[in-house]
Design a protein around this ligand. Structure first.
Ligand SMILES: [Zn+2]
Length: 388
């Protein structure tokens, strides 16, 4: 069965179907990992001419490099701790989070650690591990990056058998038991090396400590040298972390001043016409603090959006409907929710027309202007958050 569109579904049907498909995908992933563990133990990739399970999965199963890496690590962990499979099925854990947890699992602690990580995403699990297993600071350093090596090619062989057009029903394997003892003469399943995944750019090391890595241009390197020289008295060591901390403090203050009118010496507004759409600095500062510098949209189930990027000032009662640029009527919204509020107020057709037409797609209405913070507010309608 090939499904190429879902446009015939109602919103409720589409939401329900998406939920069902996500559950099917979790179950299929758990089943794949059960079978992968067994396939690995029997070393069945060798017969078809592959030196590792990793290469087999890429070439024959057509899994992506990241997917293979996470699934093999998870399959090997699940052989020792079968409870992982149940948690994958329920969605409490993912192959990515299991891969992060795997090196820290022990027979004594695995249940508690898996429970603590359940329901958490990759970043939250990285933070959890950094708290439980703190690592020392990494030394600050600047090094010349070698020219990028050519990635080792992974041979892509024709599939062993033509893939059937339809996905068969998911067949659950037997519950994983700890690896059985090898029969006399049989090869013990060795742990094959899996190519290292790219290291994250921001990696928690310990509570309140992070490793941050990036590649800089020669121009930026020169600016860094200049800053180190200028800070020679304040930071004699030229410590990179201290230099960047100072630079970022200045940058954040500058951006906050531009976007939220933040200032250490606020002055009272001189007032303005009540029917002006302009938002005075005093109101911007008040709204920024009240809305905690993040989107103030609250869903019907009470969940508040946590987006902090692409924030816009939003008129609760649209300007075009008489809404004023006052603290009571201005709230922060992310770009998506500014548009969503517009759909709620004006109906969905207006925004779609803008998306398909020439507009930015975020404002519904000829007089509404959806601008990032620092510009004028949009005039979308919407609801007040229950918990601003
Ligand atoms: Zn939002």
């Amino acid at each position: 069965m090939k499904i190429t569109h879902a446009s015939h579904l109602s919103n409720d049907e589409l939401t329900a179907e998406l939920s069902r498909l996500a559950r099917c995908e979790r179950e299929a992933t758990a089943a794949l990992i059960v079978h992968l563990a067994e396939f690995d133990a029997r070393r069945l990739f060798e017969g078809p001419g592959y030196s590792s399970l990793f290469k087999y999965c890429m070439a024959v199963l057509h899994l992506s490099e990241d997917a293979v890496y996470n699934r093999i690590k998870t399959a090997r962990a699940a052989r020792d701790y079968p409870v992982i499979i149940e948690r994958l099925e329920s969605g409490a854990l993912s192959p990515t989070t299991v891969r992060l947890l795997a090196p820290r699992l022990t027979p004594e602690s695995h249940e508690e650690l898996l429970a603590a990580a359940s329901g958490k995403g990759k970043r939250a699990v990285e933070e959890l591990l950094a708290r439980r297993f703190p690592q020392p600071d990494v030394p600050a350093r600047v090094r010349k990056v070698p020219s990028r090596p050519v990635a080792s090619a992974v041979e892509v062989a024709p599939a062993v058998a033509p893939a059937p057009n339809t996905c068969p029903p998911v067949v659950r394997g037997e519950p994983l038991a700890a690896a059985p003892p090898a029969a006399a003469g049989a090869k013990a399943p060795p742990v094959l090396p899996v190519p290292a995944a790219p290291r994250p750019v921001v990696r928690p090391l310990a509570p309140e400590r992070y490793e941050i890595r990036f590649t800089a241009s020669a121009e930026m390197r020169e600016k860094l040298r200049l800053a180190q020289d200028l800070l020679g008295h304040a930071i004699p060591s030229g410590d990179l972390a201290q230099v960047f901390d100072r630079a970022l403090t200045l940058l954040v203050a500058d951006l906050s001043r531009k976007k939220f009118a933040a200032t250490g010496r606020p002055r009272r507004s001189r007032g303005q016409s009540a029917d002006s759409r302009h938002i005075v600095a005093e109101v911007k500062r008040f709204v920024e603090t009240r809305d905690e510098r993040r989107c103030g949209f609250v869903a019907p189930d009470g969940r508040r959006c946590d987006e902090r990027r692409f924030l816009e000032f939003h008129h609760v009662i649209p300007f075009g409907a008489g809404g004023k640029a006052t603290a009571d009527n201005i709230e922060l919204r992310c770009r998506a929710h500014n548009g969503h509020e517009a759909d709620l107020f004006y109906g969905p057709g207006k925004r779609r027309m803008r998306i398909n037409g020439t507009g930015s797609g975020t404002s519904p209405h000829s007089e509404s202007r959806s601008r990032p913070l620092g510009g004028q507010a949009s005039t979308d309608g919407g609801r007040r958050p229950a918990n601003p």
